[in-house]
Design a protein around this ligand. Structure first.
Ligand SMILES: NC(=O)c1ccc[n+]([C@@H]2O[C@H](COP(=O)([O-])OP(=O)(O)OC[C@H]3O[C@@H](n4cnc5c(N)ncnc54)[C@H](O)[C@@H]3O)[C@@H](O)[C@H]2O)c1
Length: 255
């Protein structure tokens, strides 16, 4: 087996369509020598159908990151397919409609709590659920949307991402002793189901299309996936708590 991830065993969450960033990660990882186990949420038969479109059909385990039983059983379910994990990809985000599209001042706590549990706290929950399978050299990688700024329409999801970015640094701190890294990829806007659920998402699309120094393809998640692969690989052995921007350079320029 050859490739950047030759022989690595990965758990990839977040596939729901072929446009999912996680689908690109899983596809590219297999093409680069990795063995992939997917997790699916909600519409499991749909995820299983999508999993068959990968170069190697991948097994799918049901995981709702808000379900303690799913998390408690995760390691055993994964062990049915692989004998350990070298990497975990967190590609999960959700916020109720009230939290997005300009609703920042009115969203109720119950909705904000859901957004934070699914999009922020789950980064730690998933990593801990997978930890019994991991060993030194392992990596956890997640997806963020640059949370250093307040964006129009992103609202509580922006707060959730700021929390995710912090949570990744704390995971790096607490798992560093075990030789496990935690890093995020800050992707530019991509037309996925999650993105389409944000009212006014086209504002991001226009901004990136007009201003990203390298240009930006709204339907190509491969650049973000490539960065995930790099962070999962052995080529960032001393990097943790980091955020790599894959946004055509948008974060680096003034408005
Ligand atoms: N699309 C973008 O513009 C963009 C940009 C930067 C970062 N991101 C981030 O990338 C990640 C993946 O999103 P995507 O854009 O590929 O969209 P997507 O809709 O394809 O993926 C989101 C995934 O989250 C999963 N999910 C939601 N609630 C869950 C739960 N309770 N338990 C387990 N899984 C759950 C969904 O099933 C889905 O697979 C998210 O963290 C998102 O915020 C997306």
């Amino acid at each position: 087996m050859s490739g950047l991830l030759a022989g690595k065993r990965l758990l990839v969450t977040g596939v729901i369509t072929e446009a999912s960033i996680a689908f690109s990660v899983a596809k590219l990882a297999q093409e680069n020598g990795a063995q992939v186990v997917l997790t699916g949420y909600g519409r499991l038969s749909l995820v299983e159908r999508i999993a068959k479109r990968l170069p190697e059909p991948a097994p799918v385990i049901e995981v709702d990151v808000t379900n303690d039983e799913h998390l408690a059983g995760l390691a055993d379910r994964v062990r049915e397919h692989v004998d350990g994990l070298d990497g975990v990809v967190h590609s999960i985000g959700f916020a109720p409609q009230s939290c997005l599209g300009g609703g920042f001042l009115d969203a109720p706590w119950a909705d904000v709590a859901t957004a934070l549990q699914v999009s922020t706290f789950s980064y730690k929950s998933l990593a801990m659920a997978a930890l019994p399978l991991m060993s030194p050299g392992g990596a956890v990688v997640g997806l963020t949307f640059d949370a250093t700024k307040a964006w129009p329409v992103y609202d509580w999801m922006g707060v959730a991402k700021a929390g995710l970015e912090s949570a990744s640094r704390y995971l790096a701190l607490h798992l560093g002793k075990q030789g496990i890294r935690s890093n995020l990829v800050a992707a530019g806007p991509l037309r996925t189901i999650a993105a389409k659920s944000i009212p006014g998402f086209d504002q991001f699309e226009d901004a990136w299309t007009e201003r990203a120094p390298l240009g930006w393809n709204l339907t190509d998640s491969e650049p973000a996936a490539r960065a995930c692969l790099a962070l999962l690989s052995d080529w960032f052995p001393a990097t943790t708590g980091e955020i790599v921007h894959v946004d055509g350079g948008y974060h680096a320029i003034g408005a």
